[in-house]
Write a new protein. Structure first.
Length: 421
């Protein structure tokens, strides 16, 4: 499909999406000021000499996965300039914490010809690294036209995404030809890519870079929560999605009848839902305090209404429930709590992390059950110190067995840069 016709289709789709986009921008305020970046008007380092790498990481998970690689590249590639693009405000905020004279952050442009060309002409990178499965047709087309090398890192193609790509196989296959190297998470991801027509010589199975993300062991949030918890047992429900908080709070109320000192830490996935979740907790008649309030009170629930602090506080959990898996959201990362040897419970919906989940289940390193079974299993697990320890140790062992993907990707990045020199 010629970019002209794609632009027309994209514009029609954008018109339908526009009210939602503007609504979110107004609600989040800060992101509204960044609308111009989505239209390709960016302010970045314009230094022409040196090696320029553009890394695209959509959200927090992708950014954290690539952060170690960014640090290694800064240390080992002289004169390197790194451009990081994101889509979510939370990822943008985290990425800005590592900005310096050799690193710029901006929002990824909409996929119109004029926006894509504007950004590519501004940066003109030597290499683009796309995290996971960000295959935007116009972006890939114009990178090819400008002879810009592209590779993927931590690549994955879910079964659902594969079905979508298969419908337009010829179109996507032509666009994917622009990508010189695919570093995929698993054999299943590599096989799906091959079925889309990608030559096996361009596909490498390197493992999942998320295993290499070592969470911080100390933080001010952890210190604050240690004071709040005292010696009480605690369930952490992390990365919760809309509709899940009500279910988890109802579950917690039932558990409190048997474990009256039990505490709940709840961390919503999206920052624009913090106030909404606070109202939900109030509506359940539970006492709570918020991280941003700065005050410690003896309450039932602690609302972690910040971004980037959940990882370290997993160390305080008796049991971790991973959000996004109870209702049909595809699940979230279960590797972080595994680092702290914590027993992990997930719901039925882990489609976005199917390979990781399979590894954990094979090693009896997590419990996957429908929500209706949560109460019974949690009641037993809160009593059973030995079983919690067994699950936690198994989870930690899975992480240790799967380290090393970032080092492999680093090698391929250097290889791609060498080809360009």
């Amino acid at each position: 499909m010629h970019p002209f016709f794609y632009d027309i289709i994209y514009t029609v789709m954008f018109i339908f999406y526009l009210p939602l986009f503007l609504g979110k921008s107004l609600i989040k305020k800060k992101s509204f000021a960044k609308v111009q970046e989505r239209f390709g008007i960016i302010k970045v380092i314009e230094k022409k000499e040196g090696t320029r790498i553009w890394i695209h990481a959509v959200s927090v998970g992708e950014f954290l996965s690539i952060k170690k690689l960014i640090g290694t590249l800064k240390k080992t590639v002289p004169g390197i300039i790194i451009y990081i693009s994101t889509v979510t405000p939370a990822a943008y905020s985290l990425a800005n914490k590592i900005v310096d004279e050799r690193c710029s952050v901006f929002y990824f442009p909409f996929d119109w010809s004029f926006t894509v060309k504007r950004v590519l002409n501004k940066i003109h990178p030597d290499l683009i690294v796309l995290m996971e499965s960000e295959f935007w047709p116009n972006f890939l087309y114009y990178c090819s036209k400008m002879n810009i090398t592209i590779m993927t890192a931590n690549g994955r193609i879910s079964e659902r995404a594969f079905q979508g790509y298969s419908i337009l196989k010829t179109f996507f296959a032509s666009r994917l030809e622009s990508i010189k190297l695919f570093c995929m998470q698993s054999k299943a991801d590599a096989e799906r890519l091959s079925q889309l027509g990608i030559d096996s010589s361009r596909i490498k199975i390197v493992g999942n870079m998320k295993y290499d993300v070592e969470p911080p062991t100390n933080s001010s949030a952890k210190e604050q929560l240690s004071e709040w918890l005292k010696e009480n047992q605690c369930i952490i429900a992390g990365s919760t999605m809309k509709g899940e908080e009500e279910l988890l709070l109802e579950l917690f109320i039932k558990l409190k009848k048997e474990y009256n000192t039990l505490k709940l830490i709840i961390a919503p996935r999206h920052l624009d839902r913090f106030n909404e979740v606070a109202h939900i907790i109030e509506g359940k008649g539970l006492t709570y305090c918020r991280r941003t309030a700065g005050q410690i009170k003896d309450t039932d629930v602690f609302l972690l209404d910040t971004i980037g602090e959940l990882a370290s506080i997993h160390a305080l959990a008796t049991i971790v429930i991973v959000g996004g898996s109870i209702l049909s959201f595809g699940g979230h990362n279960i590797i972080e709590p595994a680092y702290f040897k914590k027993p992990i419970i997930i719901g039925e919906h882990m489609e976005n992390f199917s390979e990781v989940t399979a590894h954990f289940l094979q090693q009896q390193a997590c419990i996957q059950i429908p929500y209706n079974d949560f109460y019974e299993r949690l009641t037993l697990l809160l009593k059973d110190t030995e079983e919690r320890g067994r699950l936690g140790n198994n989870a930690f062992n899975v992480v240790q067995q799967n380290l090393g993907a970032t080092e492999k990707v680093y090698g391929y990045v250097l290889e791609m840069l060498t080809r360009n020199s």
